[in-house]
Ligand binder design. Structure first.
Ligand SMILES: Cc1cc2nc3c(=O)[nH]c(=O)nc-3n(C[C@H](O)[C@H](O)[C@H](O)COP(=O)(O)OP(=O)(O)OC[C@H]3O[C@@H](n4cnc5c(N)ncnc54)[C@H](O)[C@@H]3O)c2cc1C
Length: 225
C-alpha cells in the first residue's frame, strides 16, 4: 500500500509551521498556567452547561492573540477580510496542530477560524442574488444551532436579523420595480410587504443598534464566523 504524495505550496507550509509555533508559544503555556481550571469540569462549565467566564476569557485571549499574529483568519476568503489561504491550508494546519499538540489542549481549537466547516465555497461561487436567498436561512439555522448548544449567539442573532431585513427590502424593491406601476397596486401586496419590513426594521432592535452589538462582540474577541 502506498501513500498519496502531494507537494504542499510554500504558503501553506509557512502557514502550517507558523501556527504550530504560535500554539507552542501561546496555547500550550496557557494550559500549563491554568492546569487546575482545565482539570476541573466545575470550573470549566456553569451549572446550565455553558462555558464558565474563566474559560471564555482564555478562549478570547487565544483568538485575539492569533488574530494579531495573522493566523486566525488565514483561511477565510480575502473578500471577507481573511488571508485567503483556503481549505488546503486549513486542513494541513489542523493536522499538524493535532499531531503536535494532541486533542487535550482544547484552547488550540480556537487558534484558527473554522471557516472550512461552512458552505463557503458554494457561497463564493453563486450570484449575489442567489447568495441573498440562501444566507438568511443558513444564518437562522446557525443561530438556532448555537442556542441549542447553550451559546448566547448574540452576534449571530444580530447579524441574522439585520441582514435578513435588508435582503427582504431589496427583494421587495426588485419585485416592485419588475412589476412597474402594478407593483404599487393592492393586487400584489408588495406595498404591504414593504410596510411590514419597515416595521420589523425597527422592532426588536434597529439595524444601527444590531450593528453596534455585532461590532462590540467582535471587539471582545467573539470572532467565530
Ligand atoms: C411593531 C413594534 C413592536 C414592538 N414591540 C415591542 C415589545 O414587545 N416590547 C418592547 O419592549 N419594545 C417593543 N418595541 C419597541 C422597539 O424595541 C423599539 O422601537 C426599538 O428598539 C427602537 O427604539 P426607539 O423606538 O426608542 O428608537 P430610538 O432608539 O430612538 O432610535 C431612533 C433611531 O436612532 C437610531 N439610533 C439610536 N441609537 C443609536 C446609536 N447609539 N447609534 C446609531 N444609531 C442609533 C436608531 O437606529 C433609529 O434609527 C416594538 C416596536 C415596534 C415598531
Amino acid at each position: 500500500m502506498s501513500a498519496i504524495a502531494i507537494d504542499l505550496p510554500d504558503d501553506v507550509v509557512a502557514a502550517r509551521d507558523g501556527i504550530v509555533a504560535f500554539a507552542e508559544q501561546e496555547v500550550i503555556p496557557r494550559h500549563q498556567r491554568n492546569y487546575e481550571l482545565f482539570e476541573n469540569p466545575r470550573a470549566l462549565y456553569r451549572e446550565d452547561g455553558r462555558f464558565s467566564d474563566a474559560l471564555i476569557e482564555l478562549i478570547r485571549e487565544v483568538r485575539v492573540a492569533s488574530a494579531e499574529a495573522g493566523f486566525y483568519q488565514m483561511c477565510v476568503p480575502e473578500a471577507l477580510g481573511g488571508g485567503g489561504l483556503g481549505h488546503l491550508a486549513y486542513y494541513v494546519a489542523w493536522q499538524e496542530l493535532f499531531h503536535r499538540c494532541g486533542p487535550r489542549y482544547r484552547l488550540m481549537l480556537y487558534a484558527l477560524a473554522h471557516w472550512a466547516f461552512g458552505p463557503s465555497r458554494l457561497l463564493e461561487q453563486v450570484t449575489p442574488e442567489a447568495r441573498e436567498r440562501i444566507m438568511p436561512g443558513l444564518m437562522g439555522i446557525n443561530s438556532a444551532m448555537l442556542l441549542d448548544q447553550g451559546h448566547a449567539a448574540v452576534k449571530e442573532l444580530s447579524m441574522t436579523k439585520a441582514y435578513s431585513v435588508q435582503v427582504g427590502f431589496r427583494a421587495v424593491d426588485r419585485a416592485m420595480q419588475t412589476h412597474g406601476a402594478k407593483g404599487f397596486t393592492n393586487e400584489l401586496g408588495l406595498t404591504e410587504a414593504w410596510h411590514a419590513l419597515r416595521i420589523v426594521n425597527v422592532a426588536d432592535g434597529t439595524n444601527e443598534i444590531l450593528n453596534r452589538t455585532v461590532v462590540g462582540r467582535l471587539l471582545k474577541g467573539d470572532l467565530d464566523l
